[in-house]
Design a binder for this molecule. Structure first.
Ligand code: MN
Ligand code: MN
Length: 321
């Protein structure tokens, strides 16, 4: 089993900083369930820059994580095994070249039957991840936590940007759009019909205002109902959370959910889904006083890993029955 060292034997602040102090391995051993991988690319950003330092910041803040998740009632490493695969070799300034390298790097993980958990990087990276995912799994459902739809047709006359990954993903046939959902959309938009256009692409969209009207529990039910038993990729843009809780991001939008609401939505909305990959993007440490955004990001990834552990526990119980 690949897991973090016991925090009561080795102090959490000691050692080299991988995610959750997982073993750093560039070869994927047999029996591993998930691999955390950094994608330190930020050339796709349209406003602030600096997400290239996101993976390092999230890894640093992840040291505080202990082994048990009391809310979900799971110690994930009793049931699953994971590594930190390090970072993929992106090319700053060259998005299409970086896309090729991200797709190749992620394909290596996905090809082993391992669930990738990517740490961004700006949101442009998700298109390359989805290319690798669809290569192995065919089109998959998408659950997108974000304050933006990221379905703009182009930026400055160019196709690839952190505001375009999901229109490109639909054009490339990487998604089961009728099983896909975006949650948290808010803020000013470039055009009058931005959200309607995303709905016309086929996505279910739940805006931040609708989250408050419906309540977290109902939104969680809608995510579950939309995805059903489809294979699903979960993409979490940290700007989903209100900038009062997550200021260290590229395009902050006020009036969003709190960190507690985000954790509840992740736990309840995603519990039991058939995961093929995750990412956590848009952490910009230079705008992050007290490291609170990176700390939240690390804890959301902790929930992802707990959910992988829960699925594995259910599977092992079914097999042993
Ligand atoms: Mn985004
Ligand atoms: Mn966003």
């Amino acid at each position: 089993m690949y897991k973090p060292p016991n925090p009561l034997e080795v102090p959490r602040f000691a050692g080299i900083r991988t995610f959750w102090r997982l073993p750093y391995l560039k070869e994927i051993p047999r029996g591993v369930d998930f691999a955390v991988v950094g994608i330190p690319f930020d050339t796709g950003a349209s406003y602030r820059v600096g997400a290239r330092y996101g993976p390092e910041a999230i890894r640093s803040q992840s040291l505080i994580l202990r082994s048990h998740n009391p809310v979900l009632g799971i110690s994930p490493f009793e049931y699953c095994s994971g590594i930190d695969y390090g970072d993929l070799p992106v090319v700053p300034g060259y998005i299409e070249d970086s896309y090729k390298r991200i797709e190749e790097g992620l394909s290596t993980i996905v090809g082993e039957g391992v669930i990738p958990i990517a740490l961004g990087g700006d949101h442009s990276i998700t298109l390359a991840e989805l290319r690798a995912i669809a290569r192995r799994h065919d089109p998959v459902a998408l659950v997108q936590f974000d304050s933006h739809t990221d379905t703009d047709p182009n930026y400055y006359g160019h196709k690839y940007n952190h505001g375009t990954p999901f229109i490109r993903a639909t054009e490339e046939g990487l998604l089961l759009v009728d099983r896909s959902i975006q949650v948290g959309i808010r803020g000013s938009t470039y055009s009058k019909d931005e959200i309607d256009k995303t709905r016309r692409l086929g996505f279910e969209v739940i805006t931040a205002e609708e989250i408050y009207r419906l309540g977290i529990k109902e939104v969680a039910r809608r995510i579950q109902g939309r995805v059903g038993d489809a294979k699903v990729f979960v993409t979490f843009d940290i700007d989903f959370v209100d900038p009062a809780y997550a200021p260290g991001t590229g395009t902050p939008e006020v009036g969003g959910p709190s960190s507690r609401e985000a954790l509840e939505l992740v736990r309840e909305g995603l519990k039991g889904l058939n995961f093929v990959g995750f990412d956590l993007v848009e952490v910009y440490p230079q705008y992050d006083p007290g490291f609170i955004t990176a700390l939240l990001a690390a804890n959301i990834v902790f929930e992802f890993i707990s959910l992988i552990g829960l699925n594995k526990m259910q599977l092992m119980r079914m097999v042993s029955r």
